[in-house]
Design a protein around this ligand. Structure first.
Ligand code: G3I
Length: 354
């Protein structure tokens, strides 16, 4: 363990003990307070158009939520589905209007992502590629200027093992740091008021990926990139070692930038078919992870507590409960299918009210 890690772990030891106590206690307040009233920065969730006609979702969102992140309909996969000359902005417009009508902030997600856009951009010559790249950001970020609080300008630039940055259609044109820098520069021009985020997953659970992300942030800031916020998605798993989540948040805070826990969920499932642990033991591990993350968020200076977003409200809203991934039993979110609080909701409330 290197010196920095040792110092960090010594500093966090009492914190970890507290989180363990909170988790074992299984904090289930008699009545859950509205999470948006106790979460510094904002309490958010992802949203898709179908949610806006779902009475159960609407009731939970209007009670607990003060910020929305479009789950997929503000991404290229939807906006460019009819090609580069016929942008589909109808659903993101509807979501933006719902947020405004319901006094919720809107977090734009996401402008540039390695996973999307290749079908439209590949095959363009350099001049056409540049026009399309800059034009897409100008059109989409420009359209929601004054409507979004913030943007995930670039999503998931780091390789899963943390060995470096991804190669993709964007990096092949502009270089690995280059496309990120260009995206932020164009977003800054399109919306001078939005807080511009870099967003990534598994930063807590894969230390090498977290380190690579911190190095990238340092390079971008030194280069003058208008990077203003750091998004840690926090798609956690129950067996992340104690203290690892808090240690990464401590490192992330060093830049002094607003931090968005941007996509929290904690699947109860693990990769091992031999994992015979029962539901209560899994829920206890889950709430311990959530308690550690929320306590670490609460230790941030107020100016750095941008918001805390779960990737869905009810277990059945989760991407984990769709298609062939769904085992019909996972409980990754704060509320169950009927809208009753899960232990995760109690762990969040306990941490935010400490
Ligand atoms: O709703 C339509 C349905 O009408 C249609 O029949 C079906 C088949 O085409 O598609 C459905 O939409 C799907 C949508 O999820 C809702 O389920 C889209 O195809 C599918 O691409 C979309 O996947 C989203 C995924 O990102 C890719 O955009 C997930 O909802 C969303 O949870 C996931 O979120 C990502 C974050 O953006 C980044 N971090 C990781 C996170 C989880 O993968």
């Amino acid at each position: 363990m290197n010196r920095r890690a040792l110092l960090t772990s010594l500093a966090l030891a009492p914190v970890i003990a507290g989180c363990r106590r909170a988790a074992v206690a299984g904090p289930q307040p008699a009545r859950l307070p509205p999470l948006k009233t106790i979460t510094p920065g904002a309490f958010g969730t992802c949203v898709q158009l179908a949610n806006l006609t779902d009475p159960g979702w609407l009731d939970l969102a209007r009670t607990h939520v003060s910020q929305l992140t479009p789950e997929w309909e503000m991404k290229m996969e939807y906006i460019l589905a009819d090609g580069p000359d016929r942008l589909r902005l109808d659903r993101s417009d509807r979501i933006a209007r719902f947020a405004a009508d319901n006094g919720m902030a809107l977090h734009g997600h996401t402008l540039i992502w390695y996973a999307q856009g290749q079908d439209v951009f590949s095959g363009l010559d350099n001049a056409a590629f540049d026009r399309a790249f800059d034009g897409y950001i100008a059109t989409v970020a420009g359209r929601y200027r004054g409507k979004v609080r913030s943007w995930d300008v670039v999503n998931e630039p780091i390789l899963d093992d943390g060995s470096g940055l991804r190669d993709c259609h964007w990096s092949r044109r502009y270089g690995q740091d280059g496309y990120i820098r260009r995206a932020f520069d164009q977003a800054r021009i399109a919306d001078p008021d939005a807080v511009l985020f870099l967003n990534e997953y598994n930063l807590e659970g894969v230390p090498a990926k977290g380190t690579q992300f911190l190095r990238l942030v340092e390079r971008l800031l030194k280069s003058g990139c208008p990077l203003q916020g750091l998004g840690t998605q926090s798609h956690l798993w129950i067996d992340i070692p104690d203290g690892q989540i808090a240690a990464f948040m401590h490192e992330l805070a060093q830049f002094g930038l607003p931090i968005h826990v941007s996509e929290l969920d904690v699947s109860l499932r693990t990769d091992s078919p031999l994992d015979l642990r029962g539901l209560q033991e899994r829920l206890s591990r889950q709430t311990a992870r959530v308690a550690e993350l929320a306590a670490a968020y609460m230790r941030l200076p107020a100016a750095q507590r941008f918001g805390f977003t779960t990737w869905g409200l009810r277990d059945t809203d989760s991407w984990y409960r769709r298609g062939d991934k769904d085992d019909g039993k996972d409980r990754p979110l704060p509320f169950d299918a009927t809208g009753r609080p899960n232990p995760m909701a109690g762990a969040l409330a306990a941490a935010f009210q400490r």
